[in-house]
Design a protein around this ligand. Structure first.
Ligand SMILES: [Zn+2]
Length: 72
């Protein structure tokens, strides 16, 4: 036989920790995609480390970059 005592539904009304004076270390890494050329190919590259597939046209690479920027 197992009986669970009714848990009291009561949360301590404690005030939230005031840590507003501690900003995050450094700004969040944003996304800044650019297109770079490699040989006869062009590929998109972002400052976050992402890089798109090699394209034969710069337009395609630019589209890859735009798509990456639009995707979180
Ligand atoms: Zn990125």
């Amino acid at each position: 036989m197992h009986e669970d005592p009714p848990a009291p539904v009561r949360t301590a009304p404690g005030p939230p920790p005031a840590s507003a004076s501690a900003p995050p270390p450094g700004p969040p890494p944003g996304h800044s995609a650019t297109t770079i050329e490699r040989g006869s190919f062009c590929l998109a590259r972002c400052t976050c480390g992402w890089s798109g597939p090699a394209r034969r046209s710069r337009d395609r690479a630019r589209t890859d970059a735009a798509e990456h920027l639009a995707t979180p």
